[in-house]
Ligand binder design. Structure first.
Ligand code: PMP
Length: 334
């Protein structure tokens, strides 16, 4: 199969930087501009931005596009070059997709615990998956490996284009689609989404409560590393989040179990099937409502970073209807 290339716009090495930029421009037309669905839940309005309709199924297509485009523009990445990234799976999938589209060689350092669905998709796109454990959390380690392989490490955990992608696109779309936003909640992996969207909301309306959602006991919450919620940082505080943390008003911790309760509660209230990090944001919003931090009449925005369909492994321990999500919904409906 290798070497076969179906004639078309994408796949196969671009012959020049100009051609790379022209392919990226075309790709940018199919990334983002995702729908936002709003629901009346009791006395609250919940709006969910559906990032899983992006080409590879997550919000990370936006940042992969931004980070790769800026590297091409700077001259750090040319035709047939190699890109590397460390990821819990979604960013790696997005990078593999763009790399395939431009004919770049992608090497992806993916956390061992990441879902097999993501790893399979990366391989289908021609990406090389290097499974990592804890050592992958060291940026120096990743940088050294990438250098050995002659690859450019995109480094989403500190790359400013990650934050910028969400400021310029996700945040701008939310303002346009939702109007007034009283609270915005988002799980922190790199912090690019929560801080990028927050910056846009601050500029356009000022009064939004911005909530960073993190696994219980995580470093971000002052712990040593806590529960596992795929996609969210547990054992480190990403430099990108650190740099922009002033945009965040408060941090809410959510357990792995609560995240799944959130998945179920969101599904039963809206019909939407989102991944565990979205469940965590819903659970955090439910807590703030219970604690009366959010007033009735508020509009609450969360992002469905990816879909439940991306986590078939959960089927061994998770069943809709058996996760106890009703407890979360009660606070909205009371
Ligand atoms: N949810 C999922 C499923 C993710 O993969 C990620 C990123 N790893 C996040 C949320 C967090 O997004 P960000 O990196 O922008 O903080």
């Amino acid at each position: 199969m290798q070497g076969l290339h179906v004639p078309g716009l994408y796949g196969g090495s671009a012959s020049s930087r100009g051609e790379m930029l022209s392919r990226l421009e075309k790709l940018s037309r199919i990334v983002g501009s995702t729908p936002t669905r709003c629901f009346q839940l009791g006395r609250y309005r919940l709006c969910v931005k559906l990032e899983y309709v992006n080409p590879t199924g997550s919000h990370k297509d936006r940042i992969a596009l931004y980070m790769i485009r800026s590297a091409v523009e700077r001259g750090d990445l040319g035709p047939g070059g190699c890109v590397a990234e460390v990821s819990s799976g979604n960013t790696a999938t997005s990078v593999a997709w763009i790399a395939w589209s431009l004919g770049l060689r992608p090497t992806l350092f993916v956390e061992r615990m990441a879902s097999n669905t993501k790893k399979s998709l990366i391989r289908m796109l021609g990406g090389e998956v290097v499974e990592i454990g804890d050592e992958g959390l060291s940026r120096d380690w990743a940088r050294e490996r990438a250098e050995e392989l002659g690859c450019l490490l995109l480094d989403q955990t500190s790359n400013e284009y990650n934050h910028l992608a969400h400021y310029e696109t996700t945040g701008a779309e939310i303002v346009e689609q939702v109007g007034r936003v009283d609270a915005f909640l988002m799980g922190v992996g790199t912090g690019g989404t929560v801080t990028g969207v927050a910056r846009r909301l601050r500029e356009s309306q000022g009064s939004t409560l911005v909530v960073a959602v993190t696994p219980r006991g995580s470093r971000l919450a002052g712990g040593e590393g806590g529960d596992t919620i795929e996609g969210l940082a547990s054992r480190s505080v990403p430099p990108l989040y650190e740099r922009h943390r002033a945009l965040v008003d408060t941090v809410v911790e959510v357990s792995g179990r609560e995240a799944l309760m959130g998945v179920e509660a969101l599904a039963s209230a809206t019909g939407l099937l989102a991944g565990p990090s979205t469940g965590a944001a819903f659970a955090a919003a439910s807590r703030l409502i219970l604690e009366r931090v959010l007033d009735p009449g508020s509009t609450v925005v969360i992002i469905a970073a990816d879909s439940l369909a991306r986590y078939p492994e959960l089927s061994s321990s998770f069943r809709l209807g058996a996760a106890g999500g009703a407890a979360l919904l009660n606070s909205w409906l009371a």
